[in-house]
Design a protein around this ligand. Structure first.
Ligand SMILES: NC(=O)c1ccc[n+]([C@@H]2O[C@H](COP(=O)([O-])OP(=O)(O)OC[C@H]3O[C@@H](n4cnc5c(N)ncnc54)[C@H](OP(=O)(O)O)[C@@H]3O)[C@@H](O)[C@H]2O)c1
Length: 333
């Protein structure tokens, strides 16, 4: 099996905490280099994580011919620029969520990947977890009848207004940061695209949405509603209700060890618990990406990122316009 040499663009927290450990856990990957805007920072990060090469700017890493793939955990407003530059340098790109700031940026990134024959994947790690794939299978095989409602939430409390998540010019806000998961899981489990979007929000002093509640109409009797926030206690959940029963997925997006469970309820009598072994979904994401470089079909096509972004943009437009109903027909967003 080929081993892929990885470069990490920035010393971001999520790289340190999750993606680099996941790559180190995989027999398919080696983390060869890290780049930072600050060379000293890159060197310290490389020493800390035992990464052989450190660069004082991102472009220098892209110029390293030994690098096969890059991981981009930059602030959201830099995803497009660096994914395009990486593709032009011939590197495969695993880019953090949300893929960019709007559908047009996503399409530019996809076009650059296609033109340079490299793979591009959005790092929504949660959907590679066997529990999510199993719940999709259960729903699609009719385990809870016809799906009527999808409820979801992703919130946590962030008080530092200097964090990238509070900066409007960086693509901050609760919806971009965590609401994007709720949209993604709703679309994934619905198995189709919403036709309209509506939202209400409360705004942080910096101007981004601190808290947002949204509703997506998938047509044919299926409504999804969710809320996301940067201003309240941590909460992650998803519930999918059908005509015959419902599934609950606690800690939906980042389950801890022994927490990946599906509760299946049918009426008052039948209640089943499906438990999934602890697994690193960041590693599963990275390995699916590397198999795709090898020619496998990706578990989730990159066009999904454009569709997710269309919904994000529509919900933000609605929230900024007093909850107006925004159409999601393909030519409108
Ligand atoms: N999939 C997940 O589980 C997950 C979880 C958390 C975050 N994320 C995503 O990952 C990305 C990074 O999030 P994070 O929380 O890890 O961010 P972070 O710790 O703030 O790191 C962002 C990095 O970007 C670099 N950077 C370049 N220009 C910058 C600027 N103008 N301001 C600030 N930093 C700048 C900095 O690295 P240098 O100084 O080294 O250049 C910084 O360390 C976001 O897209 C976020 O949505 C994903």
């Amino acid at each position: 099996m080929k081993t892929y040499q990885w470069g990490i663009l920035s010393t971001a927290n999520i790289g340190r905490k999750a993606m680099i450990p996941a790559l180190l856990e995989s027999s398919m990957a080696e983390v060869l280099a890290v780049a930072s805007r600050d060379e000293e920072k890159a060197k310290n990060f490389a020493d800390e994580l035992d990464i052989p090469r450190a660069y004082g700017d991102y472009q220098a890493l892209l110029a390293d011919p030994a690098i096969d793939a890059v991981y981009i955990p930059l602030p959201n407003h830099l995803h497009r620029e660096w994914a395009v530059r990486a593709a032009e340098a011939g590197k495969h790109v695993l880019c953090e969520k949300p893929l960019a700031l709007d559908p047009s940026e996503c399409r530019q990134m996809i076009a650059a990947a296609e033109a340079n024959k490299v793979q591009l994947t959005e790092a929504f790690m949660y959907r590679y977890h066997p529990r999510i794939l199993a719940s999709r299978e259960m729903i699609h095989s009719g385990a809870i009848g016809k799906v009527r409602t999808i409820e979801s939430a992703f919130t946590f409390r962030l008080s530092d207004l200097n964090n990238i998540r509070y900066q409007p010019e960086m693509g901050g806000g609760a919806l971009m940061d965590v609401g994007c998961y709720c949209i993604n899981v709703s679309r994934l489990l619905a198995g189709r695209e919403p036709v309209t979007a509506q939202a209400r929000a409360y705004w942080a002093p910096t101007g981004v949405d601190a808290q947002l509640a949204g509703m997506l109409d998938f047509g044919d009797g299926l409504l999804a509603h969710f809320d996301c926030g940067l201003n309240q206690a941590r909460r992650e959940r998803c519930l999918v209700a059908g005509t015959e029963g419902y599934l609950t997925l606690p800690k939906t997006f980042i389950p801890g060890p022994d927490e990946a469970v599906i509760y299946e309820e049918k009426g008052r009598e039948i209640s089943e618990q499906h438990t999934f072994a602890d697994v690193n979904h960041y590693r599963l994401l990275a390995e699916d990406f590397m198999h795709t470089i090898d020619g496998s079909v990706p578990l989730f096509p990159i066009e999904d990122a454009v569709d997710n972004m269309r919904v994000i943009v529509a919900l933000l437009a609605s929230a900024r316009d007093d909850g107006r109903v925004v159409s999601l027909s393909r030519d409108s967003v």
